[in-house]
Design a protein around this ligand. Structure first.
Ligand SMILES: [Zn+2]
Length: 220
């Protein structure tokens, strides 16, 4: 974790010196202009994913939020780590509130390709910025095909059995962490791996969720 901490600090330094445009509308000078910042509403939402439990997310993966997540993940817009980590932090507070301590926050492992292309692990950066301590337990067992290019059914198959958890997972009470939840297949795979290693999965938090998630308080 020392290495990723150092890297996050370096990224924060870069934020201070590079000029940026608003990720929502392209107006110059700020990471998010006032109008787009207002559109990036942090409204925690949850849904139940079989085999994982309750998944709590900070924002809907739509509009400005979706543009911000994509720019952060794929275009090196690390200046967005601040607002996005705020959304993840809110999701974490909602998810952890009803749970008795201790709980280990366990992030999804980055794919080797994405780590090389980006030079940073988006989930790790967000956790660091949100001051949420993470426990690295998961690794990729085999190379999964590019998730984004696969249809939903194929994705479910593709994700099954792609992760393994370290023996240190035994006896831990785990909340999984990812950037975006779509089908829940990746989280389910991670949950299986944690259980196989002897850990207990209490649920998951994600920065964003696809629109089928309902905001907390509006279920039913
Ligand atoms: Zn804007």
């Amino acid at each position: 974790m020392a290495g990723s901490g150092w890297r996050s600090a370096a990224l924060e330094l870069v934020d201070l010196v590079l000029p940026v445009d608003c990720v929502g509308c392209g107006s110059p000078g700020r990471t998010l202009c006032g109008t787009c910042a207002a559109l990036l509403q942090v409204r925690p939402r949850s849904r139940s994913v079989a085999g994982v439990g309750t998944v709590v997310s900070g924002v809907e993966y739509d509009g400005v939020a979706r543009a911000a997540v994509l720019a952060f993940k794929n275009s090196g817009r690390t200046d967005l780590a601040g607002p996005l980590s705020g959304a993840l932090g809110v999701a974490a507070r909602h998810a952890l509130e009803p749970l008795a301590a201790p709980v280990a926050l366990v992030p999804m492992p980055p794919t080797r390709r994405s780590a090389v292309e980006r030079g940073y692990d988006p989930v790790a950066v967000l956790l660091h910025r949100a001051r949420l301590p993470a426990v690295r337990l998961l690794s990729l067992q085999r190379r999964a095909s590019d998730q984004a290019s696969l249809a939903r059914a194929a994705r479910l198959l593709n994700a099954a059995g792609s992760m393994r958890a370290a023996p240190a997972a035994a006896g831990l009470r785990v909340v999984l962490v990812d950037d975006v939840v779509t089908t829940g297949a990746t989280l389910l795979d991670a949950a299986r791996a944690v259980r196989q290693a002897g850990g207990t999965v209490l649920g998951a938090i994600t920065l964003a969720s696809t629109p089928e998630h309902r905001p907390i308080g509006t279920e039913q």
